[in-house]
Write a protein that binds this ligand. Structure first.
Ligand SMILES: [Zn+2]
Length: 496
């Protein structure tokens, strides 16, 4: 309570200072401010953002070009009205050396929710900034110091990108659109950093562009495609939202043969043009080998290896493999010999999946259903789209959620039907080719009077928004705003 009162007083002061300094303000917070006064930094919005609107910050690039050490210009880099917070400032900050050069900005996606990501990134000093879904920017490591965010990385033959880049983590997933607030905040942040460090647009890269992997069980050579992190910020639309005009036209290390391409689909998304890139990114969002939050393709099969599903997390201790016999193993417990014979039907749970499962609605079904058998008991029941086939019977796939009102079944012929409208027997006899959305609700039907924006707002083109039209399910990532057919029924995740 006492702290709360202090916070209010400081907020008032901060707002006043922001107003006074607005004319000469530089957007980026400096170390001194962030370490001291910003402990009680105001939340994004209210006074701070009101000031921002009326008094746009002018930038003064010259003095701020110094790295932000303790004496990094406390006076001149007074923060403007940007929504910065130092709540998660890394305890590792002080021990990190100053960076010798700053030639790149690397964009990441956290692949998990804000809280856990912030705690981990801060504890390990793994980036300079985190942009939360509400546009709030957390400073983690001083922008002039070294943060470990790029890992094994290469660009145009240059390795160890940490030593010459600033890393920004955006809360979200590589294949899911960022929020409008994030784009706004990121545009200002990237714009200011680019001015200060004189970084051209073509050197604002995604982590997926620069990460590479050493040879492993699947890849005999050093390879690109170890990560899809930050992928969405390579698209033309995302770049234009960020005010970035230029982008690399190709991967210089693939072209020079320094690296092999272990994820051609990703390469298409990163460097393809127009329809090519669009197609690849929709496919990724649909789950043809990606690993995003909305991606249901987590089962090992003839065409989907542990590498395809988990990439560099395949042997992580936080990646869990659930074998068809029900046994569970961690990625780091599986030997190199065993990777060769992973049985089809093995379910892969990635670290980010835990959160998705927690948010998946508990089944309304009175799950006395022993009908699913042993397999049903350890089925994934992940929110999202799943398919029914010979090795994936309805009750195995949906488990206790099979008869829930938030489980929507799509038989290959006919219309959609809620699980709650069928008996378990009926559900279990749904034919192969049936698809099912778990944890979804019917948001409405598109009509001239009810455009899709009224139905689900900005989520209309999310990869995990699904349209039922002409007997087909189409991902939001694939629909064309101007061509959404009348009568399309829109299904959205129940909550997220
Ligand atoms: Zn990353």
């Amino acid at each position: 309570m006492h702290r709360l009162a202090t916070t209010h007083r400081r907020n008032g002061l901060a707002a006043l200072l922001a107003a006074i300094f607005a004319a000469g303000a530089f957007l980026l917070p400096d170390a001194a401010f962030a370490a001291g006064a910003a402990k009680a930094s105001p939340p994004a919005g209210r006074t701070a953002s009101a000031k921002r609107k009326s008094a746009p910050a002018r930038r003064n690039g010259k003095p701020a070009a110094k790295p932000a050490g303790k004496s990094g210009g406390a006076g001149n880099s007074r923060r403007g009205a940007a929504p910065f917070s130092s709540k998660y400032r890394s305890p590792r900050n002080k021990e990190r050396p100053l960076r010798k050069s700053t030639r790149f900005i690397i964009l990441h996606t956290t692949e998990g929710a804000a809280r856990g990501a912030l705690e981990k990134l801060s504890a390990n000093g793994e980036c300079h900034y985190v942009v939360d879904t509400n546009g709030k920017i957390y400073t983690i490591i001083d922008r002039g110091r070294l943060a470990y965010h790029a890992g094994l990385s290469m660009w145009n033959g240059l390795t160890d990108l940490d030593s010459c880049s600033i890393g920004i983590e955006v809360v979200g997933w590589h294949d899911k659109e960022a929020t409008a607030a994030q784009f706004t905040a990121l545009k200002r942040l990237v714009g200011d950093l680019a001015r200060v460090y004189k970084i051209p647009d073509e050197r604002v890269l995604t982590h997926s562009m620069v990460a590479f992997g050493n040879p492993n069980h699947w890849q005999k050579r050093k390879h690109r495609g170890r990560k899809r992190c930050g992928m969405l910020f390579a698209s033309a639309t995302a770049r234009s939202k960020l005010g970035l005009a230029g982008k690399p036209a190709f991967d210089p290390d693939l072209r020079a043969g320094r690296l092999a391409d272990a994820d051609p689909e990703l390469t298409k998304i990163l460097y393809g043009t127009g329809r090519d890139a669009q197609k690849a990114s929709s496919a990724a969002a649909d789950g043809a080998g990606g690993k995003g939050a909305a991606n249901p393709a987590r089962v090992i099969g003839p065409k989907l290896s542990a590498w395809d599903i988990a990439r560099d997390q395949y042997n992580s201790k936080s990646t869990i493999y659930i074998f068809p016999n029900g046994k569970k193993r961690r990625g780091d417990e599986i030997s190199s010999r065993e990777w060769r014979s992973m049985p089809a039907g093995t379910i892969v749970q990635l670290p980010g999946d835990a959160a998705a499962q927690e948010s998946a609605p508990e089944s309304a079904a009175k799950s006395k259903s022993s009908g699913g058998g042993a397999a049903g008991a350890q089925a994934p029941r992940q929110a999202g789209l799943h398919s029914i086939g010979a090795d994936a019977r309805p009750l195995d796939v949906a488990g206790a959620a099979a008869a829930a009102s938030t489980t929507i079944w799509f038989p290959p012929r006919g219309s959609w039907i809620r699980g709650s409208a069928m008996t378990l027997g009926q559900i279990n006899s749904l034919p192969d080719g049936t698809r099912v959305l778990i944890g979804y609700r019917n948001a409405g039907t598109v009509s001239p009077k009810k455009p899709v924006f009224m139905i689900c707002g900005p989520r209309w083109n999310n990869p995990d928004t699904w349209y039922w039209t002409d007997g087909k399910l189409v991902s939001g990532a694939r629909v064309d705003e101007k061509n959404i057919p009348r009568g399309a029924v829109v299904f959205v995740p129940e909550k997220r």
